[in-house]
Design a protein around this ligand. Structure first.
Ligand code: ATP
Length: 257
């Protein structure tokens, strides 16, 4: 099925006439909106004009097979790669040309993978640096969220397992107090137990009001967590809607490699 994501976005989500998000009439507010977004690498176009409306304070899952364009979508929102066409608005404000740094300063945060830590620094220093940069030097919230890190405070981040580094990367993101947290392939290389813990944690982050965007192939857990789902296939959106609306055929397409 090919959905009309713009229409679905407009039906399910609301923006007031000044472009600010609104939750009136029971509709979730729009945090980010991609319209006819095109992006790629060198001569290759990867995103062929996608439309997305990301709801505020909820979990949006971007699902799709390898190479579908999920990471490229997150990089585009973070500003790591420029849009070649179309636009990106954040709470109604046009940010298509805003630098990556300014997006990050204003609370857009991408956790690409477990390498998003300083490998040569200790766990404590990894946390301290970002806590101080955010103006709230207390690292306790990160240790409460991920108690396993407490036991590893003096350990070099680079010597930890992939799952622990992933926790550290997420703990750093938590301390940065993002308004939008984007996580790429949360479950990649993790044991099912650790992946479940991290999915559960992401749910609590969204419950606390942060907008979460999750790109993943691990559809069962991602779907259980998601309020809104976009399925990408070869740089185009083939489904947009709630997990309940996602039929078996889209699920199959989303998990096919
Ligand atoms: P995966 O799970 O494999 O990361 P994905 O859905 O996240 O899949 P992307 O990583 O966005 O997909 O990749 C989309 C397409 O862009 C693929 O064909 C990929 O080869 C290409 N691509 C990704 N990164 C680059 C890059 N840095 N330079 C050139 N091409 C790239």
């Amino acid at each position: 099925m090919t959905a009309n994501p713009a229409a679905i976005g407009d039906t399910h989500l609301a923006v007031d006439p000044n472009g600010a998000p609104t939750a009136e009439a029971g509709l979730p507010a729009v945090e980010l909106r991609l319209e006819n977004a095109r992006a790629g690498y060198r001569t290759i176009e990867v995103l062929h004009g996608i439309d997305m409306a990301i709801p505020s304070g909820a979990v949006t899952a971007l699902l799709g097979a390898n190479g579908a364009g999920k990471s490229t979508t997150l990089r585009t929102i973070a500003g790591l790669i420029p849009l070649r066409g179309g636009s990106l608005t954040w709470r109604g404000e046009q940010i298509t040309k805003m630098t990556t740094t300014n997006r990050a300063k204003r609370g857009l945060m991408l956790v690409p993978d477990e390498r998003a830590v300083f490998a040569t620094l200790s766990v404590r220093d990894n946390l301290q640096i970002i806590a101080e940069a955010s103006g709230h030097p207390d690292i306790t919230p990160a240790l409460e969220a991920f108690p396993r890190l407490q036991e590893r405070l003096s350990q070099r981040a680079g010597s930890m397992s992939g799952g622990e580094r992933r926790m550290l990367a997420l703990a750093r993101a938590l301390l940065a107090r993002p308004s939008v947290l984007m996580v790429d392939e949360l479950s990649l290389g993790l044991s099912p137990k650790v992946a479940s813990e991290l999915f559960a944690w992401l749910g609590t982050v969204a419950d606390a009001g942060t907008t979460v965007i999750l790109a993943d192939q691990y559809t069962e857990e991602a779907l259980a967590l998601a309020d809104m789902v976009y399925v990408l296939h070869r740089g185009e959106i083939t489904f947009a809607g709630t997990p309940a609306e996602l039929g078996a055929s889209e699920l199959l397409a989303a998990s096919a490699s």
